[in-house]
Design a protein around this ligand. Sequence first.
Ligand code: ATP
Ligand code: MG
Length: 584
Amino acid sequence: MSIEKNSAAPAANAPPSNFLRAIVDNDIAAGTHDRPGMPSVITRFPPEPNGYLHIGHAKSICLNFGMARDYNGRCHLRFDDTNPEKEDQEYVDTIMDSVKWLGFSWEQGGQAYLHYASDYFDQLYAMAEYLIEHGHAYVDSQSADDMAKNRGNFGTPGTNSPFRDRPAAESLQLLRDMKAGKYPDGAHILRAKMSDDAMASSIMTNRDPALYRIRHAHHHRTGDAWCIYPMYDYTHPISDALESITHSLCTLEFTDHRPFYDWLLATLAPGGFFTPPVPRQYEFSRLNLTYLVMSKRKLRQLVDENIVSGWDDPRMPTLVGLRRRGYSPESIQLFCERIGVSKADAWIDMSTLEGSLRDDLDPKAARAIAVLRPLKLIVDNFPAGETVECSAPVHPHHPEMGSRAFPFSKELWIEQEDFMETPVKGYFRFTPPTADKPGSRVRLKYGFIAECTGFDKDADGKVIAVHVNYFEDSKSGTPGADTYKVKGTITWVSAAHALEAEVRLYDRLFLDPNPDAGGKDFKLALNPNALETVTAYLEPSLAAAVGEQRFQFERHGYFVADSVDSTPGKPVFNRAVTLKDSWK
Ligand code: ATP
Ligand code: MG
């Protein structure tokens, strides 16, 4: 192995490269965004406060905040709050919580880079007047129907509005009157004039895009101060420029909006509204995850129609839902790193997200025993009323995490699947004695070896208890443990000491890998078994489980105490993910 080769390899912890990092690297080398006293990378995450963030937003958050972190820049959190009817403070609050929970901060050097598009309403308005005065915008008074008709469509050029050439002074007066509340919603609209023949552009969004519309609506921050509101396409580039954003990263559907983005900033630049150089927009593909729907509109439908219990239902792909389900922020960051960033649209398999959670939790989650589908095991030769203390490591590979203790007693709970009256080939758990064979011997993990001696059935023929005799000298961790050879090991809890708890076994919300692809009705693909609730028996120490502590229940998967329905001493557990990918 040559030294040259070695030194060319990236450092083990270097962030994976992608096309956006290549762009940033070039910009830094060329000094594209150099400004005195300013970082050369300033990004922003610009959610609209009209719903809860989902795992798709996490991709954008990890990308924007991650780039800023890796290039010693900064990332702004900006609320794109230009649709007053749909937005609310509740959403602002939960979005901030979710970004922080994911592990990112918009604060730097004692300064909070927390912005609202609504903070720029005055400036946005002044720029609109500037555009009119310089012949780049006009007030259109066509009816909505005419406007739609005259827009043309993909193969057909649009038709100029009859108001397109009205004098600037007239447009200006109309805009002022719109602002003053003299007109009802929809009476007029302010539109851009990118060029004389813009209505014939092959890019639909270049056909005199709307800049302002009349909306007599209360805004969650500006109250009733405004009755005209700027459009997203107008607000976004200007907000980016006012905040000195360098790289404005957005999803691919905005590719067609880039010419307007660039035109708008170039057209406003001579007005001295912001300091050059202006930001640049770059597009990446949005995240689609199989077995999920991602759009806020569809998620809202699931909430409104009570198909789930709320935005934070553990089956929801929202960050509050994933959090309640048991996902750690680190697992979501790991997932975002693994999927990377590109311009190729693709569906990411749900197992990638689940695998990231397993990989994050495996080395750190404390182990515990849970019996989810209980069957009574009676140790006939163990004295009633007595106990023997057994112990197990908190983590099999991390002795420094210590050990845990729990009692062995005469009556235990085991899993129903750990007994078979008529065993199939290769079954190594408890089976009863037959005419020519004694019952099977099995290790009760961290406890003793026991031999099955019989079982009880109820009147319906259902097995209700299994009888065994244990070997006193076979305790795990003692020299006698090795004198018995058994092929099966099962988990158990002492019936008299176990914590009885509600455990929620969550599964995927949809059965179809692409529930809403091609305009399908996603509600037809709902998984009716996405939630199964069981009464389980758990290792006694789990009574002390505190909020958001995640456990591996041996054999079963990763679980977390539910943050909403748990009470002190009486946790309710959610299954975050099973141990193995059972869907493959
Ligand atoms: P939705 O379509 O789910 O309602 P949105 O794009 O309207 O989402 P915004 O609040 O406008 O939601 O999004 C904030 C940022 O998150 C935007 O920059 C957007 O591009 C990004 N984003 C939203 N969904 C995804 C996704 N699935 N993958 C990657 N980025 C996303
Ligand atoms: Mg949006």
